[in-house]
Design a protein around this ligand. Structure first.
Ligand code: HEM
Ligand SMILES: CC(C)=CCC/C(C)=C/CC/C(C)=C/COP(=O)(O)OP(=O)(O)O
Length: 303
C-alpha cells in the first residue's frame, strides 16, 4: 500500500455523500413531509405521478436552498463546532461547485413545478427558495435577533405549496397550515439556540439568547407556544378538519406548552445539562410530524 497516498489523500472532489449532506436531508425530511401532508389533505385529486413530481420539486427546492445557505455561510460555519465539518468548511468541496449544485436544484425544481404541476405552485416554491436563501440567510440572519421569527416563514411554505399543487388556489386552510409552522419555528429553534448559544456568539450571529439574554428567550418560547396552541386548533375551530385532528392538536400542543413552561420557568446553572431545553427541541420535531400526520389521518377518515 502506498502510505503517502493514504496519508495525503486528496480532499477534492467531494463524493455524493457530501452533495447529499449539503441538502440537509434530516431537516428537509420534515419540510418534505409537511409538504406531502398539505398535498394529501387538500380537497381534490392529483394523479400519483404528478403528486410524486410535486413532492420531488419541493424536496429539490428546499434542498437547493439549503445548499445555497451553506455556500453563503461557509466562513461562518467554519467557526462553529456544530457546523465546522460540513462539506465546505471541512474543505471537501469547492465553493463554486456547491453554488452551481444549489442553483441547479432550485431552478430545476421551479421549472418542473411550473411545467408539470401549476404556475402558482411554482411561484410560491420560488418565493420560499428566495425567502430561505436570500431574505433569511443573506439579509436577516446576520442582522437581527428576529431573524428566526421573520425568516422562519420560509420553512412554513411547503404545506401551502403541496395544497396549491392539488387545488391551484390559496384558501384559508393552507394559510393556517403555514401559520402553524410559522408559529412553531421560534420555540423549535430557540430551544436549540439555548444549548448551543456560545457557538452562535462566536460566529457573530445575533441569535435571541445572545442578544436579548436567556431569560427573555425563555419567556418568548412560552409566548409562542401559547399562540401555537391557538393556531394549531384553528383548522378544527373553523370546521376545516374533524375530531381526530382536533384531539391530536389539543394533546400535542398542550404537551408542547408544558415542556415550554418548564423551559420558561428555569435558569441554567454553570455545567447545566440543559435537559428540558433538549427535550423541548426533540419534541418540537415530533410535534410537527405527528400534527401533520393527524391532519392526513383526519382527511382519510372524512373521505
Ligand atoms: C429559520 C428556521 C429554522 C432554523 C434556524 C432551524 C434550525 C435548526 C438547527 C440548527 C437544527 C439542528 C440540526 C442541524 O444543524 O441540522 C435543526 C434541526 C431540525 N430542524 Fe430546524 N430550523 C428551522 C426551521 C425548521 C423547519 C421549518 C423545519 C421543518 C418543517 C425544521 C426541521 C428540523 C428537523 C426535522 C430537525 C432535526 C434534524 C435531525 O434530526 O438532526 N426546522 N433545525
Ligand atoms: C421549499 C423551501 C425552500 C423550504 C425551505 C425550508 C426551510 C427554510 C427550512 C429551514 C430549516 C433550516 C435548516 C434552518 C436552518 O437554519 P440555518 O440555515 O440558519 O441553520 P445552520 O446554523 O444550521 O446553518
Amino acid at each position: 500500500m502506498n502510505t503517502t497516498t493514504a496519508t495525503f489523500a486528496p480532499t477534492l472532489p467531494a463524493d455524493w455523500r457530501d452533495f447529499l449532506a449539503l441538502t440537509k436531508p434530516r431537516v428537509m425530511s420534515l419540510v418534505v413531509f409537511t409538504g406531502l401532508c398539505g398535498l394529501l389533505a387538500a380537497p381534490g385529486y392529483l394523479h400519483p405521478v404528478l403528486a410524486f413530481t410535486a413532492i420531488l420539486c419541493i424536496a429539490m427546492g428546499a434542498g437547493g436552498a439549503a445548499v445555497l445557505n451553506q455556500w453563503w455561510e461557509a466562513d461562518i460555519d467554519a467557526l462553529m463546532k456544530r457546523t465546522a465539518n460540513r462539506p465546505l468548511p471541512g474543505g471537501r468541496m469547492r465553493r463554486e461547485d456547491a453554488r452551481d449544485f444549489g442553483l441547479f436544484l432550485c431552478f430545476t425544481s421551479v421549472i418542473v413545478m411550473g411545467l408539470a404541476i401549476h404556475p402558482l405552485a411554482a411561484g410560491v416554491l420560488a418565493l420560499s427558495i428566495v425567502y430561505y436563501s436570500v431574505i433569511y440567510t443573506m439579509w436577516l440572519k446576520p442582522r437581527t435577533p428576529q431573524n428566526i421569527v421573520i425568516g422562519g416563514g420560509a420553512g412554513a411554505f411547503p404545506p401551502l405549496i403541496g395544497w396549491i399543487a392539488v387545488t391551484g388556489e390559496i384558501t384559508l386552510m393552507p394559510v393556517l397550515l403555514f401559520a402553524i409552522i410559522f408559529t412553531w419555528t421560534p420555540p423549535h429553534f430557540w430551544a436549540l439556540a439555548l444549548f448551543v448559544k456560545t457557538d452562535y456568539a462566536k460566529a457573530g450571529i445575533p441569535m435571541m439568547p445572545v442578544v436579548a439574554g436567556e431569560r427573555s428567550t425563555r419567556q418568548q418560547i412560552l409566548a409562542y407556544s401559547v399562540i401555537l396552541l391557538a393556531v394549531a386548533l384553528a383548522p378544527w375551530a373553523i370546521g376545516g378538519v374533524g375530531a381526530i385532528y382536533g384531539a391530536a392538536a389539543l394533546a400535542l400542543s398542550a404537551a408542547f406548552l408544558v415542556l415550554s413552561a418548564r423551559v420558561a420557568f428555569r435558569q441554567s446553572q454553570p455545567g447545566d445539562t440543559m435537559k428540558p431545553e433538549k427535550q423541548l427541541f426533540a419534541f418540537s420535531v415530533l410535534y410537527l410530524f405527528a400534527l401533520f400526520a393527524a391532519l392526513v389521518a383526519d382527511r382519510m377518515v372524512l373521505a
